[in-house]
Design a protein around this ligand. Structure first.
Ligand SMILES: [Zn+2]
Length: 83
């Protein structure tokens, strides 16, 4: 099931959950949420660019690899990724 991110339209009115935004697992057939299930504040669905989170993680990963000696020789011929 896809994960959707919702956020309060007016975070000041929202609860701790929706003011910062929350993720919820919904079926494609489920109706879009319009209010926070916890406090009833109006929320909207945050459109997420597919793969953005992944590529960012990948970037950090590559940065760490480039900046640090992150490979450790564990045993003969075997390497452990430190990050
Ligand atoms: Zn809320």
């Amino acid at each position: 099931m896809p994960m959707y991110v919702y956020e309060a339209k007016e975070p000041k009115k929202g609860c701790a959950k929706c003011a910062k935004g929350f993720e919820i697992m919904q079926s494609i057939n489920d109706p879009k949420l319009t209010v926070c299930p916890d406090c009833g504040t109006e929320i909207f669905r945050v459109i997420q660019a597919p793969g953005l989170g992944h590529s960012e993680t990948d970037l950090h990963y590559r940065a760490k690899r480039a900046g640090f000696k992150c490979m450790k020789k564990v045993t003969k011929g075997e390497y452990e990724t430190m990050y």
